[in-house]
Design a protein around this ligand. Structure first.
Ligand SMILES: [Zn+2]
Length: 561
């Protein structure tokens, strides 16, 4: 059995010469990846991403890592290393830089281009450090060495971090496609050299640890994508993440081969593809890409659209298209190519959208009915190769829900890593590497920080409970006119319901119960309106639940008679 973090108290101060590793996100969830390394009084951050909300988090735009544990030490941060340009690795950077704008941002060319563009929207000009595979960069007491890794976005890097405490290797997101479109494979020879030197802690991507075998090569999607372009009778609408440069390259190639013009739709798609093309990561045949407006006057059989939602999430645009509220109005004979993964937690939503699109007469091609998507992450077979090549002393699975972390831990153990040295942490768990031995030392605050419009961290779990109640049960507002001296009701209660369907008599029993509750001697002296309101709200809530099994959100307004 691997060593698993249980409920822990805050860690003791880090022993001299030790290295502390704390993931503030990405453990127990797919997204908002962020790991903090502490050594000799300084902090190095690897990635700072966002998590996209699920159905039970209505109204939330994105979810951030919790910066509470580093907020009082912002001055000690010597850099943020970004392993690659996906939202779940860079999306939180603007929020961290708002707290201290001059933290050096370290990454590859494409990653820095994506984050710089994102930061400009937040009116932040970052201080960047451009590194490439093979480079070494000293950030305070941390010597970072970068290793090429292959992923679903170009220019990914793993990072090896050397300190007096030892050598740590963090894979970032990666897979081992041996025939990638950009011919940049994960540099296993580099992994092996680091392994020879002795990797004390190996942090590895767990996303696909449960998937047996090897992740299919990106190249194997070509026939299915080509087939769509060869046979679609009318428009083709491709829905993809705005960062999926390789996949979009394949779509562009197919469109070019079949004589279709292409337009990018959606702010982040237009922006990111512009950057990728300018830097040479995306090769666009001359004249292929045209403006969306120009495309509208062309014959349907000659056009293709590549789109996302405004945040770069494909689901948003697609759901609006299915609801016929998107500027692209889909009609019978159109084809939608869903060239992205289904984010865990969103499966039901996406199947709902596919059904709606089908009802519109649209043909939907997705990973469930054609080979149009492969994962960007290493499967079990690739992970065990890595363990056997690196031969780490300790393993810390990262990037995944609990089941993924445990599956990855099992793989490490099967390759011979001592089970006691396979450490399954949770967000906020601190792992200390001291004298060559890593162990779980405590827990820091690492809750979910919700972004809703311009508010950050203002929406709480309580807010979400209220929103879910509203969503599921509607709202009942009780207006109570109360005699201030006796707490008795001066007038009959008034009930106003929204989204709560009911017979008129349903509130009669509630009114009687409130009258009774207010008459109790214990409540006789209450002069606090808030307390009165909560007594009435609790009484009405309990009555509706017990008598009718209904659970609206009950709000109360008490008026002094
Ligand atoms: Zn990624």
């Amino acid at each position: 059995m691997p060593t698993t973090a249980r409920t822990l108290s805050s860690p003791p101060s880090l022993p001299r010469g030790g290295l502390r590793i704390t993931a503030l996100g990405g453990l127990g969830e797919i997204g908002r990846n962020m790991t903090v390394f502490e050594h000799a009084g300084k902090l190095l951050i690897v990635d700072c991403g966002v998590l996209f909300p699920e159905e039970h988090q209505p109204g939330i735009d994105v979810i951030l890592p919790d910066f509470t544990s580093i907020r009082h030490r912002l001055g000690d941060i010597v850099g943020i290393v970004l392993t690659h340009g996906h939202e779940d690795h860079i999306g939180g950077v603007p929020y961290l830089l708002k707290e201290r704008p001059d933290i050096p941002v370290i990454g590859s060319q494409l990653t820095l281009a994506f984050i710089t563009a994102k930061l400009s929207e937040h009116r932040i000009t970052p201080s960047t450090v451009h590194v490439e595979a093979g480079d070494r960069h000293q950030a305070g007491p941390f010597e970072c060495e970068f290793v090429a890794v292959n992923h679903s976005i170009p220019d990914g890097l793993a990072v090896a971090i050397r300190t007096d405490a030892g050598l740590v290797l963090h894979t970032g997101d990666f897979k081992m496609d041996q025939f990638p479109l950009d011919e940049r494979i994960t540099d296993l020879r580099h992994f092996a050299r680091l392994g020879e030197e002795g990797v004390d802690v190996f942090l590895t991507d767990s996303t696909n640890a449960e998937v047996p075998g090897f992740t299919t090569s990106e190249r194997e999607l070509t026939p299915a994508i080509d087939q769509v372009f060869a046979t679609a009778p009318r428009r083709i609408i491709v829905s993809s993440f705005a960062s999926h440069v390789h996949r979009i390259q394949q779509v562009l190639d197919a469109a070019h081969a079949h004589g279709r013009k292409v337009a990018f739709v959606g702010r982040s798609m237009v922006k990111n593809m512009g950057i990728a093309a300018e830097l040479g990561y995306l090769k666009i045949p001359r004249g292929l890409v045209v403006d969306f407006k120009k495309l509208q006057s062309m014959p349907d059989a000659k056009v293709a659209l590549i789109c996302t939602g405004s945040q770069g999430e494909p689901l948003a645009a697609l759901s609006r298209m299915a609801a016929q509220t998107h500027q692209i109005r889909l009609t019978e004979g159109d084809t939608v190519l869903l060239a992205s993964s289904l984010i865990p937690g969103n499966e039901n939503a996406i199947y709902g959208i596919i059904n709606k699109l089908t009802d519109l007469g649209v043909k939907v091609v997705h990973k469930g009915n054609a080979k149009v998507h492969v994962s960007g992450h290493a499967s079990a077979g690739e992970l065990v190769y890595c363990y056997n090549i690196v031969k780490p002393t300790h393993v810390m699975p990262v990037h995944g829900e609990s089941k993924h972390l445990h599956a990855n831990a099992e793989l490490a153990i099967r390759t011979g890593v001592d089970p006691e040295r396979v450490l399954i942490a949770r967000d906020g768990t601190t792992i200390d590497l001291v004298n060559g031995k890593a162990r779980i030392s405590g827990q820091v605050e690492a809750g979910l920080v919700y972004v809703d419009g311009h508010t950050v961290g203002k929406v709480t779990e309580e807010t979400l409970v209220e929103r879910r109640l509203l969503q599921e049960g509607g709202v009942v507002t009780v207006v109570a006119i109360v005699d201030a001296d006796t707490n008795a009701l001066a007038e009959p209660l008034e009930f106003i319901a929204k989204g709560f369907v009911h017979e008129k008599h349903i509130f009669d029993g509630a009114a009687a119960k409130v009258k009774h509750a207010l008459a109790k001697p214990a409540t006789a002296k209450i002069d606090d309106l808030d307390k009165l309101e909560s007594i009435i709200a609790d009484t009405v809530t309990r009555h509706l639940d017990r008598a009718y099994r209904r659970a609206p959100l009950v709000t109360v307004v008490v008026i002094d008679a």
